[in-house]
Design a protein around this ligand. Sequence first.
Ligand code: 5GP
Length: 193
Amino acid sequence: MNFLEERILKDGIIKEGNVLKVDSFLNHQMDVRLLDMIGEEFYRRFADKPITKVLTIEASGIGIAYAVARCFDVPMVFAKKAKSINIDGDMYKAEVESFTHKNKNQVIVSKKYLSADDHVLIVDDFLANGCALQGLISITESAGASVEGIGIVIEKGFQFGGKSIRNLGYHLESLAIVESMDAETQTVVFREQ
Ligand code: 5GP
């Protein structure tokens, strides 16, 4: 069991509706030492790739992307959730449906911060059905940049996002893959990796 799986077992809370809460160390209060370890682990896994930028989506991806970008010594960019009225032609945009809030957001990245020369590592906290990732992939590819890899902290392996992203041929690494979880008994089973 790795450091993250151990922490999920210790401090994660399973809610009804297939939601895992990790607010005490990742999504609300952040354990900065743990974030450093996450950054270093993604650096180790993608060290052979010529990463020039780390891309995530606000809000919960930001701390993670910062830690990863620090290790690669490259800029970090986060896609912003925007009111459509603010969007002008200088933005790459994608529509993303939120798994936790069930609403749709336009997400945007300024054309100033992503270009065809970029080799992008996409990171996020969770992977469920893959909508957030699809949005980030679409923004990267609209810029003509290449998706060198995708790093996910917690993948929920019983939802279809991981499978569909891997089937598309992307190099996806998840630090923990939850195979099943049960809100009643508060038990989590991880996939052997
Ligand atoms: P997807 O777009 O893959 O369906 O869902 C991923 C996004 O939804 C992530 O950016 C994450 O913020 C949120 N999310 C999905 N599942 C969970 C979960 O079980 N717990 C938490 N805290 N966030 C989740």
